[in-house]
Ligand binder design. Structure first.
Ligand SMILES: Cc1cc2nc3c(=O)[nH]c(=O)nc-3n(C[C@H](O)[C@H](O)[C@H](O)COP(=O)(O)O)c2cc1C
Length: 160
């Protein structure tokens, strides 16, 4: 028996997450999208994972380039989150952004709370997504408060 897709989405919406932009590079091609399915995986070696829809352009670029960066967005970066999630102007998402290039070649999003520069060490088929596991080669620390996603909308952190 399988649960209804809408019920599953509604259930997952009760899980509060941070918001990241995952970028990648394959040769001259750079791409990136908004991702909430990010997780730390291992301390030694340092591993993280991201889940990318097989239908996404970003998945295709990670598949070719075998690198990605995860950029954790700050509370003031909601517009960037929307830009990197929207299909409108999907190949112009980096326009006007002054991105540094990480050692893997993946672009780093300016103003992020923290960025993880990763090289792919494993990929796991998972339904309509692929779980990409990356070894963290470097971390770039920013600062500030995180952008939070909950119930299908953006939130900020509040003291408990
Ligand atoms: C808050 C938020 C979180 C998202 N998380 C993911 C995610 O974890 N994995 C994913 O594949 N898509 C996620 N998306 C959807 C992609 O950002 C969106 O489909 C994007 O247009 C894909 O771009 P691309 O096909 O150019 O790579 C998320 C969107 C939003 C707004």
């Amino acid at each position: 028996m399988s649960i209804d897709g809408e019920a599953f989405k509604a259930a997952m919406a009760r899980w509060a997450t941070g918001v990241t932009i995952v970028t990648s590079r394959a040769g001259d091609e750079i791409h990136g999208m908004t991702v909430s399915d990010f997780s730390g995986v291992s301390l030694d070696p340092p591993l993280v994972s991201v889940c990318a829809a097989k239908s996404s352009n970003t998945h295709g670029v990670i598949q070719k380039g075998r690198v990605f960066s995860v950029n954790v967005l700050g509370a003031d970066q909601q517009a960037l989150s929307n830009r990197f999630a929207s299909k409108k102007d999907e190949f112009r998402r980096f326009e006007g952004l002054d991105c540094e290039t990480a050692s893997t070649g993946a672009p780093l999003i300016p103003g992020a709370l923290v960025s993880f520069d990763c090289r792919v060490v494993a990929e796991h088929d998972a339904g309509d997504h692929v779980i990409w596991v990356g070894r963290v080669e470097s971390v770039t620390q920013g600062g500030g408060e995180p952008l939070v996603y909950f119930g299908g909308g953006y939130r900020g952190l509040a003291p408990a």
